[in-house]
Design a protein around this ligand. Structure first.
Ligand code: GCU
Length: 674
């Protein structure tokens, strides 16, 4: 049975014999010319993959006709190809048909070892997905492609639904779990080149020598795979560890403490990546405790990291309940005035939407508002508000919706993707961050199909132009089945999950009506918490007239934080795209929507459609029984049954609750709660 451990690197034998035979003809031998740890990793991968895919061993031998040759363009034999890779980013690579020492060859070449390894993984993916072994030239669109693990030192994972943390802090550095290498392989195969090991709600202890030894051990495993290690920095560490009276970023002793600490970290990990920092949000300490700004805080760390080439990823996820302000406006209020004040090795890390990883949010207004600052988008692969690892939710369409959204920062055609890949405002420090959905579950992500989110995130961080459909295709072929009809069925399921979930959880722009604190299941009735922005009633504002949060100029004017053409799109109740209707407007129950139905009826139908769509997913999944592995099939079948029951729970709970306000009957076709 397939336990999911091998992810998309299963290297199952290619089923199509003609395709396999054609690959075999082109691969009479192979050789990795480079030497060193990364070349060894490439060699190990080819040794594992080729016999798996082709069912026979391909000799490792140079100088045969129709060979595969792998190396960097510094090698004399590959130097003639240098011109072809010179224009690419350092991690870019080419796959090309050429003659080497007079032999017909396919060459995988990069200017760097890491790029060479990426080329090998790309080549293997071509084989895994049955593509012709044609010419490729690939270069990442962003630089820092990074996972954020919200992992605590006791191995619990904040919002993690796939077991405990992968990092066995207790046994590190003595025991190096082979799984760390498999983690690195998986990441390298999709171009992820950084990992923040610890929770944003940080524990300063990880900065002490005892833990730095352990971090170093992980960094040593990851390094050959081109992956840098980063940590979260607790802003009050100078007090907690250094016994200083303050953590004021302008205090000399504090600055000296961080400089020493950072120097110390680099003695353990010479290529340490830097820090992610959550400050002055949800009770975390930060520069504002001392009357300083986020820029003061970030720059203090950035200055100390700069000599070592480290960076700071300073999170914009800040809000303060003392301020009577729409929470979705607060990050912009805090950060927009600081544009241009951050040092060049600082990135401001911005969640995809202005609230908190909802099934649907508009893009964050900071994208397009800080042209002089490197912005790092943060997506959440772990499904905090998306049914945890019980519900199937393929997130690539959600990522894409944000990346494709037009900010109009420099007129029409200024999508978020071009803000974050640096092309819009000429930034060279660029990236994409994803809060990992990985734990020590045997299948890594809890739900057997949730690996697709890790996969799609990495691939999109490399190239945001890839489509959710093609990424689903790749992942399914490599992971579940090669048969085109099966791939098509599962792809259709995956692509439907996003809208399905929106419908049964938060249709028409509703948001944050999940269970309090754990964020699982419906709870639109939550009120009377110590802070309004932790209640549900604050967000949906249902009353006898209608429902929704007025964020137009008549309301909180969160809409005013966007560029005028975006405002124009959403401002008018009649024109506002309906997926965002109740995000931006308080709408009368009898308001007529584009379908011709009233808002109340449409809301009811949306919930019903969400439930029906899960039933459709169940039916689809049945059709691939005996095609995909039995264990995987049974597991997903059970989880889809949970999802179905819970979709119905969402529908019933929300409709019964909202009906108290609407005082209208459920329309025909909507199942009455029993
Ligand atoms: C959400 C989440 C927290 C997390 C926070 C963050 O609010 O519920 O658990 O710490 O986001 O992103 O910092």
């Amino acid at each position: 049975a397939d336990d999911g451990y091998d992810l998309w690197l299963k290297y199952t034998r290619i089923a199509d014999r003609a395709v396999a035979a054609s690959y075999r003809r082109q691969l009479q031998g192979w050789t990795v010319l480079s030497t060193g740890a990364t070349a060894d990793a490439a060699r190990r991968e080819l040794r594992r993959a080729l016999p798996g895919l082709l069912g026979e061993t391909i000799p490792e031998a140079g100088a045969v006709n129709r060979q595969l040759v792998v190396g960097t363009s510094q090698l004399p034999l590959l130097a003639p190809l240098h011109g072809k890779v010179a224009g690419l980013a350092p991690e870019g690579f080419i796959i090309t048909h050429t003659r080497i020492q007079g032999k017909e060859s396919i060459a995988i070449v990069s200017a760097t070892e890491t790029g060479m390894l990426y080329g090998v993984f790309h080549f293997l993916r071509m084989m895994q997905t049955g593509q012709p072994l044609g010419e490729v030239s690939s270069s990442p669109k962003t630089k820092v492609r990074i996972l954020n693990h919200w992992d605590n030192l006791d191995r619990t994972v904040e919002r993690g639904y796939a077991g405990f943390s992968l990092w066995d802090w207790h046994q590190l550095p003595g025991y190096i779990d082979p799984r760390y290498t498999d983690y690195a392989r998986a990441n390298a195969s999709i171009g992820i080149n950084g990992t923040v090991l610890t929770n944003v709600n940080a524990n300063a202890l990880v900065l002490t020598p005892m833990y730095l030894e352990k971090v170093k051990a992980l960094a040593d495993v990851f390094r050959p795979y081109g992956i840098k290690v980063y940590l979260t920095a607790r802003f009050s560490a100078p007090i907690e560890l250094g016994k200083l009276p303050t953590a004021d970023p302008l205090d000399k002793a504090v600055r000296a403490w961080w400089q020493d600490k950072i120097r110390e970290i680099y003695t353990y990990i010479p290529d340490f990546g830097g820090f992610t920092v959550k400050a002055n949000s949800e009770g975390q300490p930060g520069p504002q405790n001392y009357g300083r700004t986020h820029a003061d805080g970030a720059n203090m760390l950035a200055e100390a990291l700069q000599p070592h080439n480290g960076i700071v990823m300073w999170r914009a996820f800040v809000y303060d309940h003392q301020v009577p302000e729409d929470r979705t406006r607060q990050a912009y209020n805090e950060f927009k005035p600081l544009d241009g004040k951050f040092l060049p090795n600082v990135m401001v890390q911005v969640k995809n939407g202005p609230l908190d990883f909802q099934p649907r949010e508009p893009f964050h207004p900071l994208f397009g508002a800080m042209p002089s600052t490197a912005l790092l988008p943060e997506f959440q692969l772990t499904q905090e508000y998306l049914g945890f690892a019980s519900h199937l939710f393929y997130q690539a369409p959600l990522f894409k919706e944000c990346l494709d959204a037009d900010t109009y920062a420099r007129g029409k055609g200024s999508p978020v993707s071009n803000v974050i890949d640096g092309t819009l405002d000429h930034h060279t420090l660029t990236g994409m961050a994803g809060v990992a959905n990985i734990g020590n579950d045997r299948n890594w992500c809890g739900h057997p199909l949730a690996q697709a989110n890790w996969y799609a995130f990495g691939r999109l961080a490399w190239n945001h132009q890839l489509s959710p459909a093609s990424l689903a295709d790749e992942w399914i072929r490599m992971t579940l089945h090669q048969d085109a009809a099966v791939v098509q069925t599962i792809r259709a399921m995956l692509l439907a999950t996003r809208e399905t979930t929106v419908r049964y959880m938060t249709p028409l722009g509703l948001h944050h009506i999940m269970g309090w604190n754990h964020h699982y299941g419906p709870a639109p009735w939550i009120k009377d918490k110590e802070r309004a922005d932790w209640t549900s009633v604050y967000y949906h504002r249902a009353d006898e007239q209608g429902i929704g949060f007025d964020r137009s100029a008549r309301g909180s004017n969160a809409l005013g934080q966007y560029h005028p053409p975006v405002q124009a799109l959403y401002n008018d109740l009649q024109q506002c795209p309906e997926p965002y209707l109740l995000w931006f407007h308080h709408v009368l129950w009898d308001h007529t929507l584009r379908s011709g139905r009233t808002l109340w009826d449409e809301l009811c139908y949306s919930y019903q459609q969400g439930v029906d769509s899960v039933a459709w997913m169940q039916a689809q999944w049945k059709t691939v029984h005996r095609k995909v592995d039995d264990a995987v099939h049974a597991h997903v079948t059970s989880l889809l049954a949970i999802q179905y029951n819970e979709a119905a729970w969402w529908r019933d709970a929300c409709l019964l609750y909202f009906q108290q306000f609407s005082k209208r009957p459920l329309p025909a076709g909507v199942t009455k709660p029993t």
